[in-house]
Write a protein that binds this ligand. Structure first.
Ligand code: NAD
Ligand code: 89V
Length: 344
């Protein structure tokens, strides 16, 4: 496939603006149609991004457009019906996170895409932030990793743009912890067991807004994941993820303002690995917006060159299992054991 790929986008809400801006910068693909149940939203997105074909029904878009892929940017309840619909038309599909409300729904989407012979990628973009890629590269130099700490703590108001986050039963692990757990897997490999403690601190929020998760990695290492949206700190660094890794030869630390500190054999060096955001990005979310563009370029390259995306639907089963496992562990007070055969 070496022509410019033709994409359709479903769900023209808040976050879709980042996807649509990103698609304009991607080499090798363009969005030729947008769809939203809310006709005004679809129309606004079409006008803003110069996309002529505007739909309020996903099936009508698939019937009338010849598409190479569809980008699903709706909230989680519609993911399974939409992914199955797109796969049924023999079209490859990207799905936003959280991929599914249950592992059974996620498995069903994987099966539908496999049967249809189409690619399926979950839009898990935090691991595509430049600082995180730079940390991964640095980690190659510090020997065998035996410890990690992944921290996302701030008091940023995310509820104005995403009001559902304040009212959903499940909040911080499902919406944000999912990125941190995916980065834990990206940096340190798969997980054997986990333990989790959750807290609901902010009275405005229905679900848990604080989670502390201990991962026992398959490699034998351990990793602590901390997430909190009610941390009153001197410097609020939203949306920076602070990550510290220790290996048998040194350590690599992604600190505040993207200062990457590498210690190898006792020698320390500093490097700035700040995002290189696209022109349309705006503070404070530039790191996330950069990751959106990078993952969409990755998807396009994979589709055009016949490669497999990093965060396929099958891969994401393992991230999702950690999310649901964390809730299970928090509720039961017991350790959650992962299923090594998952996705095979
Ligand atoms: P939103 O509610 O603002 O937008 C979703 C849109 O989808 C709405 O306009 C709705 O009308 C439309 N929609 C729903 N079902 C549809 C259907 N069947 N056909 C057509 N349109 C349909 O939601 P949002 O805040 O933009 O979030 C969307 C997704 O993006 C969520 O899963 C969220 O978790 C995710 N998200 C990811 C990131 C990230 O990757 N870093 C950041 C923010 C949000
Ligand atoms: O990136 C996200 O998934 C967002 C936020 C940073 C607010 O958690 O939902």
């Amino acid at each position: 496939m070496h022509h410019t790929l033709r994409g359709g986008l479903i769900g023209c809400g808040d976050f879709a603006n980042n996807h649509l801006n990103g698609w304009r910068d991607v080499d090798g693909a363009e969005i030729v149609a947008v769809c939203d149940l809310d006709g005004e939203r679809a129309q606004t997105a079409g006008e803003r991004f110069g996309i002529e074909k505007v739909y309020t029904d996903a099936e009508a878009m698939l019937e009338t457009q010849s598409l190479d892929f569809v980008d699903v940017v709706t909230q989680v309840p519609s993911h399974r019906p939409l992914v199955e619909l797109v796969a049924g038309y023999g079209v490859s599909v990207i799905c936003q996170k959280p991929f599914a409300p249950t592992l059974d729904d996620a498995r069903a989407m994987v099966v539908a895409c496999k049967r249809a012979g189409v690619q399926l990628m979950v839009h898990e973009n935090f691991r595509w932030q430049r600082p995180v890629r730079a940390l991964k590269e640095a980690a190659e130099k510090i020997g065998d990793l035996f410890f990690g700490r992944i921290v996302f703590r701030n008091n940023h108001d995310i509820f104005t743009n995403q009001p559902y986050l304040a009212t959903d039963e499940r909040f911080i692990i499902y919406d944000l912890g999912i990125h941190l757990l995916d980065m834990g897997r990206f940096l340190m490999g798969d997980v054997n067991r986990l333990f989790c403690h959750t807290q609901s601190v902010n009275p405005r929020v229905t679900g848990e807004d604080t989670a502390t998760i201990l991962l026992d990695m398959e490699s034998g290492g351990s990793c602590v994941v901390e997430a909190c949206y009610f941390s009153h700190l001197e410097q609020d660094v939203f949306p920076q993820t602070l990550i510290h890794l220790e290996g048998t030869k040194g350590s690599a630390t992604l600190g505040v303002d993207y200062d990457l500190v590498l210690v190898v054999d006792g020698e320390a060096s500093h490097q700035s690995v700040a995002p290189e955001p696209p022109v349309w990005a705006s503070e404070p979310g530039v790191a996330i917006q950069e990751g959106v563009l990078t993952i969409q370029q990755h998807w396009t390259d994979c589709l055009r060159e016949g490669g497999e995306p990093e965060t396929t639907g099958v891969d994401n089963l393992r991230t999702l299992e950690l999310v649901f496992g964390a809730y299970e562990a928090a509720a039961s007070g017991m350790v959650f054991k992962t299923d090594r055969a998952l996705g095979t």
